[in-house]
Design a protein around this ligand. Structure first.
Ligand code: GLN
Length: 431
């Protein structure tokens, strides 16, 4: 069973930071009993689910891998957790991540780093590295992560699994400890599109507790998983995305694009000059929104004062976020970032209007070795291809595109807002 796999491998991989076996057993027994009595069971019945430790699960340690919240027990279930429980998903435990999801390597966790099960000695990516590693190592069927600037797609790419960031507003963020609320979106990891579809069908849809969710519920995702053709589809390739990426990674991605052509797709070359605006715009917004979101961690009601216990990356974001937030600077930095955000939104929308899907690499370089010292800029540069989707709110996914030097690399697919189905059906044709 998957629980045995966790027991066997987790000490080494460190994908899970907390396991709740009694709760999982209670769920499993409940499902068995209902199967025996002929009662209906939910669409996740029997599936083992891992949850990133920044999503509230009642009575579990929702620390966001930070000493700030090391003793904080979830006092309620996030909306996505309620929905998983309603569909009989077996929540086995919490997965590792970068502190407050601020990172791309899962090395800044207070629980220590997670190993990449698919690339010896390497980081699994981040910030949802535990969730991606848990899928890659067969420790669970589906895992949840959060993606603010790539944190689902980046570790999916490095670990060789599938990851999906839905359109902003498709999934409730109620119960997610936010990194940057205008960019964050919860989404699934799995080995195949069926796993992604099951979870998307479970967690998408309006939530009265999150006013940024759209009314109603998107069409079922499951039918997309039987798609086998890309006839009539136009795939956009953005020159600048390939220009910033390692040649060896591009070679793998190009093979996938050739597969898309064999399946009936047409290719269109696109150009996106704003690529250099992506990272500065993203990090500015991230710092300001993160600073604001963390003012509640003042050590008075619960936890520790964040500034006193956090690691260097979180400290940097708080310091710069606070500086930018001061009144006298308003207009100088943050307003500029918002202007750049709408520029990027406009220009990228124009590209998307000409095609069905934009395909390219997920991450421009291979994951570094665990513990290898890299500069802040080198860490941020992992995100250059993923932040666009968060800045614009569009859906985006990553799936494996083969290996370079034995290390998995990812194909990223992006589409217009609410075209999540098109991305999933394309992944299905390619899997
Ligand atoms: N690596 C990016 C950051 O550090 C993205 C993180 C995320 O998506 N949560 O902000």
């Amino acid at each position: 069973t998957m629980y045995e796999t966790i027991q066997e491998k987790n000490d080494d991989i460190n994908a899970f930071v907390e396991i709740d076996l009694p709760r999982a057993q209670r769920t499993a027994e409940n499902i068995d009993r209902r199967i025996k009595t002929g009662e209906k069971t939910g669409k996740l019945a029997g599936l083992v689910i891992g949850i990133k430790c920044n999503i509230n699960v009642m009575d579990s340690t929702i620390s966001a891998a930070s000493p700030t919240l090391k003793e904080y027990l979830g006092s309620y279930n996030a909306t996505v957790i309620e929905r998983i429980m309603k569909e009989d998903g077996i929540i086995i435990g919490l997965t590792n991540m970068d502190e407050f999801a601020a990172g791309s390597s899962t090395e800044t966790s207070m629980y220590g780093p997670t190993k990449n099960p698919s690339a010896e000695g390497r980081i699994p990516g981040g910030s949802s590295g535990g969730s991606a590693a848990a899928i890659a190592a067969d420790m669970c069927d589906i895992a949840l992560g959060s993606d603010t600037g790539g944190s689902i797609r980046n570790p999916a790419s490095h670990c060789g699994v599938m990851g999906f960031k839905p359109t902003y507003g498709y999934v409730s963020r109620q119960g997610l400890l936010d990194l940057a609320m205008s960019l964050d979106q919860i989404g699934p990891f799995a080995k195949d599109t069926t796993g992604l579809a099951l979870m998307l069908d479970t967690i998408t849809g309006y939530d009265q507790y999150d006013p940024t969710t759209f009314e109603g519920k998107p069409d079922d995702f499951m039918p997309e998983t039987s798609n086998t053709s890309l006839n009539g589809m136009t795939v956009g390739i953005v020159d600048e995305f390939m220009d910033v990426t390692d040649d060896k990674i591009n070679a793998q991605v190009n093979k996938k694009i050739d597969d898309m052509i064999s399946l009936g797709a047409q290719v269109k070359e696109l150009s996106f000059d704003d690529i250099s605006l992506g990272l500065p715009t993203y990090y500015l917004i991230n710092y300001v929104e993160f600073f604001s979101a963390t003012r509640k961690y003042d050590g008075r009601e619960y936890g520790e004062r964040i500034e006193e216990v956090c690691g260097p990356e979180v400290a940097r974001r708080l310091e710069i976020g606070s500086y930018i937030s001061q009144k006298e600077f308003s207009g100088k930095y943050y307003k500029k970032a918002l202007q750049a955000r709408s520029l990027i939104l406009n220009d990228f929308q124009k590209l998307l209007n000409d095609v069905d899907i934009i395909a390219g690499p997920t991450v421009p370089k291979l994951p570094h070795k665990i513990g290898e010292e890299i500069s802040t800029m080198d860490m941020y540069s992992y995100d250059v291809l993923t932040v666009i989707a968060n800045i614009t709110g569009i859906p985006a996914s990553s799936m494996n595109a083969g290996k370079v030097d034995g290390i998995p690399v990812g194909l990223q697919l992006q589409a217009k807002p609410k075209d999540d189905h098109k991305i999933l059906s394309t992944m299905s044709a390619l899997e």
